[in-house]
Structures are given as structure tokens and as C-alpha cells.
Design a protein around this ligand. Structure first.
Ligand SMILES: Nc1ncnc2c1ncn2[C@@H]1O[C@H](COP(=O)(O)OP(=O)(O)O)[C@@H](O)[C@H]1O
Ligand SMILES: [Mg+2]
Length: 227
């Protein structure tokens, strides 16, 4: 049943935490290969849980997931993700399991850092970077591993508006230039301008999907007016 035009296929996925009740209930979605999609939904609707299931960090109770490997994950807080002291060392760390030669590792790190415009930062200590630069290092880690799919869980939540714009356009460019597929969780509706499509998650199910501007208008009407 594999459809080669899709990078992510989720069919009737069910998941709940012990004593936590159902989080995902017959959740289904499909992301076409080489496209940039976003996932929206209220707090607690199961967005992070769905991403963790897609990344294989959690196991579903029922349903099917098909996702093109390798899969890269970018967390909301890069300080929970970057583990090495410098930019170059952190990107190289993600390649350890691939048992590459020193030369191959260096080439992969350089290629990945130039893809996110951080070539000049290779020897920079992680602590000296801005939040947006740290997120780009996390993305470079995925690119160095030649990830087909990039999952990003509210990657701009801790960023200022300039870094937010920089990151979302960076991912848009990477998808266009490298044929990557990205699924980006957000609650910032202005980011919908940069994606190809979006899903709305409610009560553990995808209740709407498709044109990002239509979804944006729907969600703006749902927002509680300011008092
Ligand atoms: N480790 C956990 N154990 C129990 N419940 C959890 C755990 N992680 C998340 N939940 C619950 O699952 C629901 C969905 O959480 P989450 O996927 O983080 O939502 P979102 O990312 O959409 O805000 C929430 O009600 C949350 O409290
Ligand atoms: Mg979340």
C-alpha cells in the first residue's frame, strides 16, 4: 500500500499515555514528498505526541505509520538537543553511528553547515550562539545525516520575530532546494505563509487539512477576541 509520492503516511493511529486517556484517536494524515506542511492545534491536542510517534520515540497502540528514513527532529528548545561544545563537533556527533572516515565526516559537516548559512561558525562555541543560530545547528545535524524528513516541534517558540522569519524561510528554502519533506508544529499563524499545506489537530484527530491560508482564516475566526 506504499504510495511513493508520500513521505509521511499515518493511518488510524491510536495512542494514550498510561492513566492519561486517549491522546490520538484514529488519527490519519499524509504529507507529499518534497513539501513543507505545518501542524496546528490547541495546547494539549497531541501535536508533540504525534511528532514523537513519527520519529519512533513513542510506540503506537494501533494504526500504521510509514515515514521515509532517515528522520530528523528539531525540538522547541535547542539547549535540550545540542550536546557538544562547538558547532562543528555537534553536527559531527550525529554522524558517529555512520562510521564514516574523517574526510567524509568533515565533508558532510561542511555541506550541512553551508546549507544553513553557518559555515563561518564551525568552530564557534554553542553557548555563543543566538537561539535561531542554535536551531540552524540542529537542522544542520539532520542535513548531515541526509535526513529525508524533518520534524520540527514549535522550533520558533523561543525566538524573536526576526529569527522566527529567518528560520521558517530557511526551512522553506531547504525543502525547495534539497527535496526534503518538513512537518512543522506551530501556533504562530503568520508562519502559515511559508508552507505548502497544513493540518488542524483536535481531540486526537485531524479535523481539517489543506490550503494554509484557508486554515489561517478559520483559526483567526476561532480566536478569542482581545478584551
Ligand atoms: N509523558 C506523558 N505522560 C502523560 N501524559 C502526557 C505525557 N506527555 C503529554 N501528555 C499529555 O498528552 C496530551 C497531549 O500532549 P502534547 O502531545 O504534548 O500536546 P501538544 O504538543 O499539542 O501541546 C496532553 O494532555 C498532555 O498533558
Ligand atoms: Mg507540544
Amino acid at each position: 500500500m506504499t504510495d511513493l509520492t508520500l513521505a509521511i503516511q499515518v493511518h488510524n493511529l491510536c495512542f494514550g499515555f498510561p492513566k492519561g486517556g486517549a491522546i490520538l484517536q484514529s488519527c490519519s494524515l499524509e504529507v507529499p514528498k518534497g513539501e513543507f506542511w505545518m501542524l496546528l492545534g490547541t495546547n494539549g491536542s497531541g501535536k508533540s505526541t504525534l511528532l514523537r510517534l513519527l520519529a519512533g520515540l513513542l510506540t503506537a497502540e494501533a494504526g500504521e505509520i510509514e515515514i521515509l528514513p532517515p528522520v530528523g527532529f528539531v525540538f522547541q528548545n535547542p539547549d535540550h538537543q545540542l550536546v557538544m561544545p562547538t558547532v562543528g563537533a555537534d553536527v559531527a556527533f550525529g554522524l558517529v553511528q555512520e562510521k564514516l572516515s574523517t574526510l567524509e565526516t568533515r565533508q558532510r559537516v561542511e555541506e550541512a553547515l553551508s546549507a544553513v548559512n553557518l559555515m563561518a561558525f564551525q568552530r564557534r562555541p554553542i553557548y555563543a550562539l543566538s537561539g535561531g543560530q542554535k536551531q540552524r545547528v540542529a537542522i544542520a545535524g539532520a542535513i548531515a545525516r541526509h535526513c529525508e524528513v524533518l520534524l520540527l516541534d514549535e522550533p520558533t517558540a523561543l525566538l524573536d520575530p526576526d529569527s522566527q522569519l529567518d528560520l521558517v524561510t530557511q526551512v522553506q528554502k531547504l525543502v525547495a532546494s534539497r527535496g526534503l519533506t518538513a512537518l512543522w508544529v506551530t501556533h504562530r499563524l503568520e508562519e502559515l505563509d511559508y508552507c505548502d499545506g497544513a493540518f488542524l489537530l483536535e481531540n486526537g484527530q485531524v479535523v481539517d487539512k489543506g490550503d494554509p491560508q484557508r486554515l489561517r482564516e478559520r483559526l483567526m475566526q476561532m480566536e478569542v477576541p482581545e478584551l
